[in-house]
Design a protein around this ligand. Structure first.
Ligand SMILES: Cc1ncc(COP(=O)(O)O)c(C=O)c1O
Length: 319
């Protein structure tokens, strides 16, 4: 019998592990199929259905035959809707050339890391962090510099802490507010304090704003890019429809930033996935332009659940 040749995988894949949150999710789903009553906290996924107006937009797109390749970085209509969203919600002005639409926010980030970082570039990742940042950085041969943040500061990075971690190789900083997993939200003042260090050291910032709308107790959302034009030029703003519109499976995310970088991100996309799904893009246009009341209703329900869990835990601890 012929001896089987051992498959040798590329070294880069050995550096990373499968996403632990997706692994937990798979396990939860398997247990649920077996009839186990399980509450799945593994994955950041609203348990709501995508609102009906958005689903109808997708059905119309199919019926109208909107089923071909589209522009790699997103259809003009969707880019316009994103530009309007940035203007309306964040008072940020972007041109279509400064926007890219990808197959989920994760995809935008992956492509950004590939074009922005190279071997040995250090990128600061405040901990606790979303599990995918370090592996995606490692795949770009960058060095994730994990920086613990103090619990008594709401797990938020301070300018002092940021300064301590800087080296001549530091090229980027990831900020995720509201944060997955801690839920902390940076105030305008806290961002302004960080901005000083960011500008002084010419850092690029990845502002992961994907949970922008999931806010409680009247908190205000501020994106770093809003603070001043110089900062905007160094910030890549990541957002998407997954969390806000319960559209995790549709895979539409987007990013805004410096035109040269966005162009490079689009080039990578053109040689890997091509355009994000055409039907999902039409659905995303409706999500951004259509009625927004379902977002408020969902957040209200999340707030109710959070308060309920907190009061039960308080009771438990107080026993
Ligand atoms: C902090 C954070 N950023 C980005 C994403 C990417 O979301 P998506 O790829 O569904 O747009 C997620 C998803 O879990 C996340 O938790």
């Amino acid at each position: 019998m012929k001896e089987k040749k051992k498959v040798v995988l590329a070294k880069r894949i050995g550096q990373i592990k499968p996403s632990p949150t997706l692994a937990i999710d798979t396990k939860c789903k398997a247990l649920a199929v077996q009839g186990v009553d399980i509450v799945n906290f593994g994955i950041g996924e609203p348990d709501f259905d995508t609102p009906d107006n958005i689903r109808q937009a997708a059905i119309s797109a199919i019926q109208e035959g909107f089923t071909r390749y589209t522009a790699v970085g997103g259809i003009p209509d969707l880019k316009e809707a994103i530009i309007q969203k940035f203007k309306q919600d964040n008072n940020l002005d972007y041109r279509p050339e400064e926007i890219v639409v990808s197959c989920g926010g994760k995809h935008s980030l992956y492509n950004l890391f590939q074009v922005l970082f190279e071997r040995g570039d250090e990128v600061i990742v405040p901990a606790p962090y979303w599990v995918s940042y370090p592996p995606m950085l490692l795949l770009a041969e960058a060095v994730p510099v994990i920086v613990a943040t103090p619990e008594d500061n709401g797990f938020k990075l301070t300018p002092e802490r940021l300064r301590e971690c800087l080296t001549p190789r530091t090229k980027g900083l990831i900020l995720n507010s509201p944060s997955n997993p801690t839920g902390s939200v940076y105030t305008r003042e806290e961002l302004e304090a960080l901005a000083e260090v960011i500008l002084e050291h010419h850092l690029f910032v990845i502002s992961d704003d994907i949970y922008e709308k999931i806010l409680f107790d009247g908190q205000e959302f501020v994106s770093l890019a809003q603070l001043d034009p110089e900062l905007k030029a160094r910030t890549f703003v990541l957002n998407g429809v997954s969390k806000t519109y319960a559209m995790t499976g549709w895979r539409i995310g987007y990013m805004a930033g410096l035109e040269t970088v966005i162009k490079a991100v689009t080039k990578i996309q053109s040689q890997s996935t091509s355009n994000p799904n055409s039907i999902a893009q039409k659905a995303a246009v409706e999500a951004l332009r259509g009625p927004q009341d379902s977002v408020a209703a969902m957040v209200q329900e999340f707030a109710w659940r959070r308060d309920d869990i907190l009061s039960r835990l308080a009771w438990f601890w107080g026993r």
